[in-house]
Design a protein around this ligand. Sequence first.
Ligand code: CS2
Length: 435
Amino acid sequence: MERLNRSTFRDVIEPPGTGIAHLGLGAFHRAHEAVFTEDAIRKAGGDWGIAAVAPRSRAVLDPLLEQDRLYSVLTLDGEQVTPRVLGVHTQALHAASAPAAVERLLADPAVRIVTLTVTEKAYRADSGIMRLLLAGLRARAATQAPIALVSCDNLPSNGQRLRELITPELDDVSFIGFPSTMVDRIVPASTDATYATAREVLGLEDRACVAAEPFNAWVLEDDFPGGRPAWDQAGAVITDDVAPWEGLKLRALLGVHSALAYLGALAGARTVDQALALPGMRSAMERFIATDIAPTLTPPDGVTVEQYGRSALERFANAGLRHRTLQIAMDGSQKLPQRLLGTIADRRAAGSVPVYATLVLAAWMKFVRGAADDGTPLPLDDPMADRLRATPSLLELDAVFPPGFADDAELRAQLSAWSADLDRHGVVGTLQALR
Ligand code: CS2
């Protein structure tokens, strides 16, 4: 079968120039920002092509280069597949083997935005990708050409977080904007099944395709000193305050996603939709949202946490996605603070012990011990894996848990009760007893 490229597929955009450098060439970027940016260029023009930088792995980079940087996004809605070929990437670079080229890109005044999808664990000044970003910004200081650094990772106040990380490392940050953003689209890692679907619907071989749900959202603060694409004309929301959206996303969507990942993995559910279909799971998640999460959030005007939570559950039920529970279960030590532990801390401060949130925490703790309910081994893919497995009492890890958790007798009692239930009855037995 022929390969997807600019001679086998002609009906595709060719941006006039590069205005964005993107760090992190994972599936998420290709189905999220790339789509918003291409739509913005189609609507309003602008030389906002994206130069994508792959930090280490060449697994996406090489196929993209072989395909003239074209790839397809397959939108999956149950059994229905809608393909779209994207052509918004003007360059694709490999940071590990060509750091100087990336530095030059970041210093180039034509590049006015750097976007990042580098995962939670990379937000430290000594991570490889942050060191490279800093080197590029130091080179850029010579011209002081205005630029925005846009975090698209699921962290609270992600722009502020980046600002705090970058500011102490540079003499001057006055030419840099740090807008916070909330990003949202479910984009599972591509598998052989994804490549097979691409062959079927495109009639071409596409080794860089991604599959995603229909929903796609982006909320951004407007802090772009060098300008930006007309993302608002492509459906993005530009606002003064991302925080209400971010709270919903982190706690009512991702908190529940992680809950399904750990409870589901323990119960032997391979995918999120299977986890949600376990007996008792949906009602437990609805109550987790209504009784534990909702009281901790102030949603944006016109939205309720329950409504938002219901639509999150509908999205998770999309059986076409086959999103693996073990993929979402990765890096729990980096994800749980903002997804779950903040909810527990807020409920404790208000004097209650959150029943469902502690069940999810007990499920993670059992997941860390490395065996499912039926004894099947579970992998612990986490930058803190060794420490997590070596610690006799996880609550004592202050790199993960807020202060006060370890000495909180009521919280400990609720957690031990859940742990005993999970050990004795498994996830399904425990959920059924809740009904
Ligand atoms: C998922 C997220 O892998 C994970 O941790 O929970 O990537 C999630 O699918 C997206 O943030 C949804 O917008």
